[in-house]
Every structure is written in C-alpha cells, then in structure tokens.
Ligand binder design. Structure first.
Ligand SMILES: NC(=O)c1ccc[n+]([C@@H]2O[C@H](COP(=O)([O-])OP(=O)(O)OC[C@H]3O[C@@H](n4cnc5c(N)ncnc54)[C@H](OP(=O)(O)O)[C@@H]3O)[C@@H](O)[C@H]2O)c1
Length: 269
C-alpha cells in the first residue's frame, strides 16, 4: 500500500511513518519544508491550508493520515471540504484523523463523506514530559494542580492505533480514544521519572496565578495557557479514564510511563 502521512515531521507523524515503513508499506510524507526528511519515506512538499498543493502528494495513494491543525499554534484548519474532495478524487479509501482541541472542518468534512474514516483521539502525550528537561536538570519541577490524574499515552501507541486503522479493514466510522495503561498524578509521574534518571527530583506546587506567570515567561501563547489551566484544573473524564484501545487494536498492552522514561532518560541528564 502507498500511504500519505500529514504531520509527518511531528511527534505522532514520525512514529506513524516509522511503523508503516517497518511493516513494508510505501510511505509518502508531507511537509511544508522542502529541506525536511523523515527516515524511510518519500518526502513531498505541500500545505494543508492550501489544498491544491496536495494534488501531487495524493497521486496513487490508497490511505491518508490527516492532522486537523495549521502551524505551531495548532489553529484549526478550515480547508476540510476542499481537502476531502481532493482525497476522494484521488481514489483514497481510508482516512485517519489525529484529533485534539475543538472539532475542525476536517472532522466535519470527513464525517460527511463516504470515506472509511477513523478518528484517533489521544489523551495527554507522554512526550509532553520533555517540557520538564530543564527543571529535572536543575533538580526541581514546579507544577500546578498536582493531584490531577492523567491517563497519559506513549506516542508510539497513538501511532500504532493509526497504523492499524490505515492498513486494515473494519475501522471505518469509528472514534478511538487512546490512553496509556494507568492514570497518574503529578507526584507519581515525578517519582517514576526520578527512578529512571537515577536521582531525586523535588516537586513544588504552584498556584494557578504562579503557573500562568511561569508559562507566559516560557513564551506560551495566552490561549494555550488558558487551555492548560482548564485541562489541568478540571481534567475531563476522558483525560483520566484508562481504555483498552491499544491492546484491542494491536494485541499488546499499552506502553507504561516507566517504559517511556526508560527510553528517554538520557535526554534528562
Ligand atoms: N500534546 C498532547 O498532549 C496532545 C494530546 C491530545 C491531542 N493532541 C493533538 O495532537 C496534535 C499535535 O500532534 P503532534 O504533536 O504530532 O504535532 P507536532 O509535533 O507539533 O507537529 C506538527 C506537524 O504538523 C505539520 N503541519 C502543521 N501545519 C501544517 C500545514 N498547514 N500543512 C502541512 N503540515 C502542517 C508540521 O509539518 P512541517 O512543519 O514539516 O510542515 C509537523 O509535521 C494536535 O492536534 C493536538 O491537539 C496533543
């Protein structure tokens, strides 16, 4: 199969490409950056906010993985109808969409089409933990809402679910929430990370106001700070409820946070 992956240079897209290549599929990887490369993939330049730029990328493709945002600010794409028209015209049958944030024109257009679509809806990525690299090196993590629980998921497991939906029949019209195997509080996460890096890490609870100040100083845009306060302060049930999607679809248990920390411990040294 030839499969087009959008968001291919990103956290989840790179994992999807790697797993498809490992399974022997021909992978075309979309990027806006002519200099970018993703191992094992045929690179193709295009921009989802300008649908016509995808016409060459779609040639000869049987399945497509879509992101629903435009750029680093994660602004929702408004080009869904035009993109879906091109995807259908190219003869594509299966489409996966990586969901996050509010529903966009992508989800609406895909749902209104006759494509075999699958929505992949992850909870918090384990890779968000990279935001703690500097704090771990300094020895103190400062976070608000320490008692919130998160069913955080390994990015390779999010990709594995998308890969199944892209390559196998029977997943059309489904929305798959993807979580890790346990819901952890912040102190539990820090204890696991501390064990993996082999030293104590102090944890200091911030008030909401202190957290807003810290995130603003780190350069996060206001809408992202508002989102973080909302999601950490009032985590919706989906964010802390463990589901068995990874095992159901892939036949093996979801990777744990301890697995993630063991893999990435060198980055925190
Ligand atoms: N982080 C979390 O905890 C979490 C949890 C649930 C859901 N999510 C969702 O996951 C998504 C983010 O995924 P990610 O972390 O894998 O992304 P990422 O690492 O930020 O990568 C962004 C990717 O999107 C591509 N891209 C952006 N705008 C584009 C455009 N206009 N046309 C073509 N490509 C474009 C970039 O390609 P180039 O720069 O190479 O062009 C890059 O490959 C968001 O929808 C978010 O809401 C995140």
């Amino acid at each position: 199969m030839r499969i087009l992956i959008t968001g291919s240079t990103g956290t989840i897209g790179r994992q999807i490409v790697a797993q498809l290549v490992e399974q022997g599929h021909a992978v075309r990887a979309l990027t806006r950056n002519p200099e970018a490369s993703v191992p094992g993939a045929e690179m193709v330049v295009g921009d989802l906010s300008r649908p016509d730029t995808l016409i060459p990328a779609l040639d000869g493709v049987e399945a497509v993985h879509l992101i629903n945002f435009d750029g680093g600010g994660l602004q929702g794409l408004d080009t869904g109808p035009a993109l879906v028209e091109l995807v259908r015209a190219a003869g594509v049958r299966r489409v996966t969409v990586l969901r996050g944030g509010d529903e966009t024109s992508i989800e609406k257009a895909v749902q209104d089409s006759d494509l075999a679509w699958t929505f992949v809806q992850p909870v918090e990525f384990m890779s968000n933990t990279f935001a703690w690299v500097a704090a771990v090196r300094e020895g103190t993590i400062r976070e608000p809402f320490l008692s919130r629980r998160s069913a955080m998921v390994h990015e390779a497991d999010i990709a594995a679910v998308a890969v199944v939906a892209l390559t196998q029949d029977g997943h059309g019209g489904k929305t798959y929430t993807v979580t890790g195997p346990e819901a952890l509080t912040v102190p539990e996460k820090v204890a696991i990370l501390s064990q993996a890096v082999g030293r104590d890490i102090a944890l200091v609870e911030l008030t909401e106001a202190q957290a807003r100040e810290k995130w603003a100083a780190e350069g996060l845009p206001a809408h992202v700070i508002d989102f973080l306060v909302w999601v950490y302060g009032n985590t919706p049930e989906i964010g802390y409820t463990v589901v068995s999607t990874v095992e159901d679809l892939t036949g093996r248990p979801a990777r744990s946070f301890a697995d993630w920390c063991a893999e990435h411990a060198p980055a925190f040294q």
